[in-house]
Structure formats: C-alpha cells, structure tokens
Design a protein around this ligand. Structure first.
Ligand code: NAG
Ligand code: NAG
Ligand code: NAG
Length: 477
C-alpha cells in the first residue's frame, strides 16, 4: 500500500474511536456546523428567490432525542440475533455520518451502509440543505432531527421494554408541543413539521390497546397525526408517512464517479437471464414465492444466478450482490417479511431490471422517487399466485421479452438510478445540482406541506388531504 493512504486510514480509525467513545460529540459538532450553515443561508434571505417556498427550519432538540441515542444503540443483543448480523456491534456503521465505513481502503463511492442510521445521515444532509433559515416564523417547513427508529430500539429489542412499547415517542411529543418554544408547533398545529424514520411504518403502527408483540405505537400518537414522517416503507393505507428509498451502499461524491458507475452498469455483459439474492430457503417446505424462485433457479443454473445471503452475510457487504447484479438481466424481488426490499434499489443501481411479484412491493410506495406510471417501462410484474399456484414459470415469462425491449427497460432502470441513490454529504457542486433521493424527499415533503397549509388558510381541514398523496402532481404553487 502506498504511504499516502495511511493518514486517511488513521483519520478513519480516529473517527471510529470517537464514535465508539463518545458518539454524541461528533453529532453535536455536526449540529454546530449546521447552525453556522443556517446563519449563512438566512443571511440575505430576501434576495434568494430560488428559496421561495422552500425555507426549512431545523428544530433544535435536546440531545436525548438524537445524539445520545447513537451512544446506546449497541445495547440490544437481540437485534444482532434477529438480523443474523455477523458483527456484534453497530458502532462502526456510524462512520461517515451514518453511511458507514468505506467497503475497502481504496473505494470512493461504496460504503457498508446500515439503513438503521438513515436518520443520522438524513440529519447530516439536512444541515447542508441550501435554504435553511434560523427563523422558525419564516420557515415553510420544520425539520425534526429526532432519531425515532433508534429511540424505538429498546421497545423492539429489549424484553424488559416490550410491554411499554406504547411509550415510544411520548416524551418527545410532550417536549415538542410544550417544550421551550411551543409557538413553533402552534403556528400551524404541526402540519408543517416533518421527520425521517429509519424503519418501516408497519413497525410503528401498534394499537396500544392490544398486547404488543412487535413494534411500537409511535405513529398512533394523536399528537403526531399532523406530522409528515418519511419512512423506509409505508403502510398499505399510508397516513402520516411517505416512503423514501432505503439507503443503498452507493454514495458517490462527484458527477464523474456517479457517471463512471452508470456507464459500467450500462456496458456490463449479462450472461444470466435472472438473479435472486436472498436468505436461506424457509424451513418446513412452506410453499411461497421465495421457495418457488429457488426451485426454478436450482433447475436452471445456466439461466439463474442464486446469491446466497443467508446468515446476514450480505447486509454490510455490497460486493457480494452488486457484482452478480451487474451480470444478470433481471433481478427477482419477491416480498420478504414486508412487501418492499432494499435489494430493489441495489438492482436499479446495477441496471438489473427488477421483477416484482406483488404490486405493493414498490408501485404503491415510492411515488416521489419513481412515478407510478413508469413501472411498465422499467420493471416486470408477475403475480405471485400465478407462480406459486398457477404453475407459471418465471423463466418463460422473462425469456419471452424481446431483447430490444430488455435493452430499453435497462436504459429506463439506469435513468432512475440517480434519483434513488443518496449521494455523499459534502458532494461536489455539480453533483448537488442533480436531484438525489434526499432532494426528492424534501421536495415531496415541501409540496405536501404547502397543500396542507393552503388548506388551513382557506379554512379547510388539512387532514382531509391525508391519503391523497401528491405523487405525480406537478407543483402548481
Ligand atoms: C486498509 O489499510 C490499512 C492501513 O493501511 C491496512 O491495515 C488494512 O489491511 C487495509 N485493508 C484492506 C482491506 O486493504
Ligand atoms: C407483559 O405483560 C404480559 C401480559 O400482561 C405479562 O404476562 C408479562 O409477564 C409481562 N412481561 C413483562 C416482562 O413484564
Ligand atoms: C392537528 O390538526 C388539526 C386540524 O388542523 C387540529 O385541530 C389539531 O389540534 C392538530 N393537532 C395537534 C396535536 O396540534
């Protein structure tokens, strides 16, 4: 290894050391950096027409609602067991403001990203948002840097807290409505507030009256009905939440690196018709779509590449599935425990055409990032009942698609890729001018809040707009 790589390695080690010693300090430093950015951005607000309707105020929270939670996220051994996680600590994944450590010393754009730290990363990206204001009364939206999914860890992974899961977030909402500056909430009854949650809305959807088995009742807190929550998956009938893509492992910092990857994916030779990356076959021989896929793949190893991700080995090791995804034309995305899979977004980055087996897998979710009308252009839908009970073979369906159409679909997939990846914080100015998953999420939030506020101003109940999401509307403001 060349000498010049050493200082960076030492810096990385120092960073990890800091995180493991006192992770709150790092974030507190980041928050101070953010204060400065806010001051700069607010300066001369009047002559920033590009920020009109887009000003965001970041609510300053007591550290128990964010930074302190980073220091205690490692206290739940059940989490490692349930995830079959190889590493018995999460702390290393806090590096790079939640993107995790780089995959290799010489890697520039690939990280061992754990989606659980999406809240930390979203906060970091918010701090470099170009239209921050220090003046809540001037803000079009209020961002709450509350790490709600991290705060839920005890209720999910600590048996002593299972019975109390209805408490998740109570302390937070109490502070929010009556803490140091209740007028910030009162101005629009919370309709202009939003937060990001590193989890599926299903996990925060318990009925507090029921004996809780899994999850918390966070989204059911009446105080939160008016707040918009960005989650990694939404419920079948979303209320406060809107789904945003889970972070993948690809976080380029320059246009050149993004384009280099996309052209690699475009040029890649793809000898396999299809690929399935997933955990071990379910025991007990239960008939389901994952077991049907496995059976087909085992029958046709010439057409299907099966990537074994059992025992959590793929979770923090993108090379295991990204390389194979570059060599396959179609990537099979059966629903897992929940309908969506992060793997869908990996396959989009790899130019591997996603094959869905139920509509909820993506088409009813990520509307701000992938317009519903475009699914036919870039993906294939094979209803799982046809495969599991109807004897329909996936191989037959995919082989029947003409090569020219496959090429067009792949091109459509790669066109989507920049919009579903999260670029690295501190990226080059040129890359910042292209909208990534974060930018589109913020744009979606602002548009949703704008409609609510307009309804309030017209004397209508803004909650009537819940559920009619503005997925494809061109903003008319
Ligand atoms: C990365 O660099 C460090 C320090 O130079 C070295 O000890 C380590 O083995 C390297 N890791 C890889 C995967 O090359
Ligand atoms: C949780 O509540 C159930 C039902 O009331 C009870 O049987 C169980 O012992 C409680 N568990 C703990 C850890 O308190
Ligand atoms: C939520 O919004 C409704 C309608 O604007 C309002 O009546 C209610 O008080 C708000 N809830 C909270 C907790 O502020």
């Amino acid at each position: 290894m060349s000498l010049h790589s050493i200082p960076r390695a030492i810096r990385l080690l120092a960073l990890l050391f800091l995180f493991s010693r006192n992770s709150s300090e790092m974030t507190v430093a980041a928050i101070r950096f953010g204060d400065r950015a806010k001051g700069d951005a607010a300066f001369g607000a009047e002559d920033r027409p590009e920020c009109s309707g887009r000003w965001i105020y970041i609510r300053e929270l007591p550290t128990r609602f964010n930074a302190d939670l980073l220091a205690t996220c490692d206290e739940f051994p059940i989490l490692f067991e349930l995830r079959e996680q190889q590493e018995k600590s999460l702390l290393s994944f806090l590096a790079n403001h939640g993107l995790g450590p780089r995959t290799h010393n010489r890697s520039r754009s690939w990280y061992r990203t754990d989606p659980l730290f999406m809240e930390l990363h979203f906060h970091r990206r918010m701090l470099e948002y170009s239209c921050l204001t220090t003046e809540p009364a001037a803000a079009d939206a209020v961002f709450l840097p509350y790490y709600a999914a991290l705060d839920a860890l005890p209720y999910l992974y600590s048996p002593a807290h299972w019975n109390n899961s209805a408490l998740h977030g109570r302390d937070f909402v109490e502070w929010l409505l009556s803490g140091d500056r209740p007028e910030i909430w009162a101005r629009r009854a919370g309709h202009d507030h939003f937060l990001a949650m590193a989890g599926s809305a299903w996990d925060f959807d318990n009925d507090p009256a029921q004996f809780p088995l899994w999850g918390t009742a966070f989204l059911g807190l009446p105080e939160l009905y008016n707040v918009t929550a960005l989650t990694l998956e939404s419920r079948a009938w979303p209320l406060q939440e809107h789904a945003v893509p889970p972070p993948t492992s690809f976080h380029p910092a320059t246009v050149a690196r993004l384009d280099a990857w996309l052209s690699r994916a475009r040029r890649s030779r793809r000898p396999f018709l299809m690929l399935y990356a997933g955990g071990a076959a379910p025991t007990g021989g239960k008939l389901n779509i994952a077991s049907s896929i496995r059976a087909e793949c085992e029958l046709r190893p010439d057409l299907c590449d099966l990537v074994d991700c059992s025992e959590g080995i793929c979770a923090h090791d993108p090379a295991r599935y990204m390389r194979p995804m570059l060599r396959a034309r179609f990537c099979l995305q059966p629903p897992g425990e929940t309908p969506t899979r992060r793997s869908t977004f990996d396959s989009i980055l790899a130019g591997c055409i996603p094959v869905f087996f139920e509509e909820a897998s993506a088409a009813t979710q990520f509307g701000w990032h992938i317009p519903r009308s475009r699914y036919d252009d870039f993906s294939v839908l094979i209803p799982k009942e046809d495969v599991v009970f109807g004897g329909r073979r996936i191989v037959d369906v995919l082989e029947a698609i003409a090569p020219a159409r496959v090429r067009r679909m792949r091109e459509a997939v790669l066109e989507l890729a920049p919009a579903v990846m999260y670029r690295r914080h501190g990226s080059s100015g040129a890359l910042r001018s292209r909208k990534d998953a974060f930018d589109l999420a913020v744009e979606g939030v602002l548009q949703r809040i704008r409609r609510r506020v307009r309804a309030m101003e017209q004397g209508k109940n803004p909650l009537l707009l819940v559920g009619q999401d503005d997925d494809e509307e061109v903003d008319d403001a």
